[in-house]
Design a protein around this ligand. Structure first.
Ligand SMILES: Nc1nc2c(ncn2[C@@H]2O[C@H](COP(=O)(O)OP(=O)(O)OP(=O)(O)O)[C@@H](O)[C@H]2O)c(=O)[nH]1
Length: 377
C-alpha cells in the first residue's frame, strides 16, 4: 500500500505528550468485516508518515484467526473451549462467560493501556462477532465505560454495505446502531464497509434525503396489500424512518473498503472530529456522573465509619480488655501485598506467551492459587 501522509490525528497535529490516545471500539454484526477492518486500520496507521502503530485489543475469545497481531488478546487470558466445558455452556454462553471472566481483570488491561498512552495515538478494540454479547452484556458495558472513562473514545459501527441495500435491512441496521448510540452515548461513526463491492452513496442519500428513502421504500415489493392500501410494515417503516432522521443528525458516516484501504483517511478524519465531540459532550457528563458516584460512596463510607466508631466505643466501654486484641494479623498484610503484584493479562508486545492460558479448569481446582476466578453470575 502506498505510504500516506500523516492523518489528521497523527503525530503531526497531535503532540503525543499532551494528547491522550483515542480508543476506537469496533462493533458490528457477524461477518460485517470488523477483524478485516481492524487489520486494514492497523496497516494504514503503520503506513502513515511518521508511522502511528495502534495498540490493539482482541476481545473475541472464540475467533480462531485474527488477521492482525493484537497487543492484548483475550484468548491469552481465558480459554473459551475450557470455559464451555467447565461450565457446561453452549457457544454463546461460553463467549459471554469468557468475556465476564476477562472483565474481572480489566483493571490490568487498563493499566497496560495507560502505560502506552504516551507512545500511541490509537487504541483499537475488536469485539466478539455476536454483536449482542458485547453491546447488551454487563461486561460489554463495563469495558466500554472503563475505556471511555480513561481515554477519549469513539464507537466505529461496521456495516456490511452490500447486504444493506434493501430499505428494510438498512433500517433495521440503523435502528440497531441507534440503540447502541443511545446506550453508550459515545461519539459514533457509521462505517460502511466493503465499498469495493457496493459503493455506499445510496446509504448517504437515504440518510440525508428523507424523500429518497421513502421512494426506495415505496419501490420495494410488499408495501401495499391486495386492496392497494399501505401494509402495516410499510406504515411502520415510514414512521420509523422519520425517527431515524433525527438520529442521523448525530452521526458521522464514512465508506471504506477494508480490502483496498479506500476511505481510511476519511475515517481517521471522522475519528479526529469525534475526539472534540467526546471532550465537549461526553466528558462533562462523565465527570458529573463520577462526582455524583464518589459523593454517594463517600457518604456511605462516612456513615459506616460513624456507625463502626459508635459500636466500637460501646464495645470498649463494656469490654476494656478486649480492645487490646484489636490488631491486624501480620500475615494478612503480606497476603494483600502479594495480591497486588499478581498480573494475569499478557501484553504480547512485551512478553510473548503462546500457550500461557489461564486454565480455568485448574484455577477452579486451586492448582494455581494466584488466580481465583469468580463463578459466572
Ligand atoms: N470485498 C470485501 N470483503 C470484505 C471486506 N471486509 C471484510 N471482507 C470479507 O468479509 C468477510 C468477513 O470479514 P471478517 O473481518 O471476518 O468479519 P467480522 O465482522 O470480524 O466477522 P466475525 O468474526 O464473525 O465477527 C471475510 O470474508 C472478509 O474477507 C471489504 O472491505 N471488502
Amino acid at each position: 500500500m502506498a505510504t500516506e501522509s500523516a492523518g489528521p490525528s497523527s503525530s503531526t497535529t497531535e503532540t503525543k505528550k499532551d494528547k491522550k490516545p483515542i480508543a476506537i471500539i469496533t462493533i458490528g454484526m457477524a461477518g460485517a468485516g470488523k477483524s478485516t477492518f481492524v487489520q486494514r486500520l492497523n496497516s494504514y496507521l503503520h503506513s502513515l508518515e511518521p508511522p502511528s502503530p495502534p495498540y490493539i485489543l482482541n476481545l473475541d475469545p472464540a475467533v480462531t484467526y485474527v488477521p492482525y497481531e493484537p497487543n492484548i488478546d483475550i484468548r491469552d487470558t481465558v480459554n473459551y473451549q475450557e470455559v464451555m466445558k467447565q461450565y457446561n455452556l453452549g457457544p454463546n454462553g461460553g463467549i459471554l462467560t469468557a468475556l465476564n471472566l476477562f472483565t474481572t481483570k480489566f483493571d490490568q488491561v487498563l493499566s497496560l493501556v495507560e502505560q502506552r498512552a504516551d507512545s500511541v495515538d490509537y487504541v483499537v478494540l475488536d469485539t466478539p462477532g455476536q454483536i449482542e454479547i458485547f453491546t447488551w452484556s454487563a461486561s460489554g458495558a463495563i469495558i466500554t465505560d472503563a475505556i471511555a472513562s480513561s481515554l477519549p473514545t469513539v464507537v466505529a459501527y461496521v456495516i456490511d454495505t452490500p447486504r444493506t441495500t434493501a430499505p428494510a435491512t438498512f433500517m433495521s441496521n440503523m435502528l440497531y446502531a441507534c440503540s447502541i448510540l443511545y446506550k453508550t452515548k459515545l461519539p459514533f461513526i457509521l462505517v460502511f464497509n466493503k465499498t469495493d463491492v457496493q459503493p455506499h452513496n445510496f446509504a448517504v442519500e437515504w440518510m440525508t434525503d428523507f424523500e429518497e428513502f421513502q421512494a426506495a421504500l415505496a419501490a420495494h415489493g410488499g408495501t401495499r396489500d391486495s386492496e392497494g392500501e399501505p401494509t402495516y410494515m410499510n406504515s411502520l417503516m415510514n414512521s420509523m424512518s422519520l425517527v431515524l432522521d433525527e438520529f442521523y443528525k448525530n452521526l458521522k458516516a464514512v465508506g471504506v473498503s477494508s480490502v483496498t484501504g479506500d476511505g481510511f483517511k476519511e475515517f481517521l478524519e471522522a475519528v479526529a472530529g469525534s475526539r472534540e465531540e467526546y471532550e465537549k459532550d461526553y466528558l462533562p457528563e462523565l465527570e458529573e456522573a463520577r462526582a455524583q458516584r464518589e459523593k454517594i460512596l463517600q457518604d456511605a463510607k462516612d456513615d459506616s465509619m460513624t456507625r463502626v466508631l459508635k459500636d466500637l466505643a460501646i464495645d470498649r466501654e463494656k469490654n476494656p480488655a478486649g480492645a487490646l486484641a484489636d490488631r491486624w494479623e501480620d500475615d494478612d498484610e503480606e497476603d494483600d501485598a502479594d495480591d497486588e503484584g499478581e498480573l494475569d493479562i499478557i501484553d504480547r508486545s512485551e512478553e510473548r506467551g503462546p500457550g500461557e492460558y489461564i486454565d480455568v479448569t485448574r484455577a477452579r481446582r486451586h492448582d494455581r492459587e494466584d488466580i481465583n476466578w469468580p463463578r459466572p453470575g
